[in-house]
Design a protein around this ligand. Sequence first.
Ligand code: HEM
Length: 238
Amino acid sequence: MSAIPDGARDDGRVVEARPVRVWDLPTRLFHWVLAVCVVGSVVTAKIGGNAAAWHFRLGYVVFALLMFRLVWGFVGGRWSRFGTFVRGPGATWRYLRGEHAPDEWVDVGHNPLGALSVVALLGLLAAQVATGLVADDEIANTGPLNRFVSGTVASAATSWHKTLGQYGLITLVALHIGAIVFYLRRKKNDLLRPMLHGDKLLPAATPPSRDDVATRAAAVALIAGCAALVTYIVGLGG
Ligand code: HEM
């Protein structure tokens, strides 16, 4: 279902549409800061030399953001919660065949296919952070937690970080952006603007995500806690 314009159909019925808050501000900020950090960490890795210090710093920010998103997936706005968009294979298959029930709300937040790419992106990013923390390029750079793992583990982690992890991530991001362009061009469904201002035009009965001052204050406290935890973990390496 694309964003439904005024007086458009929903399952054959004419429904009243209105802007509904789908992406709360913390989710939107999470997304755009993550995108900048991921691009920045690829660029700084390619530059090497002194830029490696920034590669590390950006990696730590990604670590804190992932921790934040993990918790936000349980306590954040309705449509940011994993429970509202992560589906099993059966539901995804029904969605692909267009057999989902109207009350499944499959297209409000991430649709089941989009959800797969979200989970894959977050999972691969987590693997990239974890392997980076213990990696050792045997030239100049060693991850802060390298001393806690054996040489074999460090070398497997380094190899993943520099090859499968890196290229897998670049491929997923390219697919992610390609899918957004596809939805815009072919399906006339603009996913980008809601990720900027938060709202989608949807049937009036669609429940919104909570996005008030209290929610935003909770997000600030949460990200501060995540940053402190990352600082502590990174500091364990001495
Ligand atoms: C390194 C770059 C990027 C990464 C790692 C990334 C990652 C993600 C993740 C994890 C989500 C899920 C958000 C959530 O539920 O918290 C998402 C959603 C989204 N991203 Fe990105 N993103 C990147 C770049 C971009 C760019 C450049 C655009 C714009 C062209 C974009 C547009 C969107 C949109 C529109 C959504 C929502 C999709 C939907 O409604 O299903 N992203 N992205």
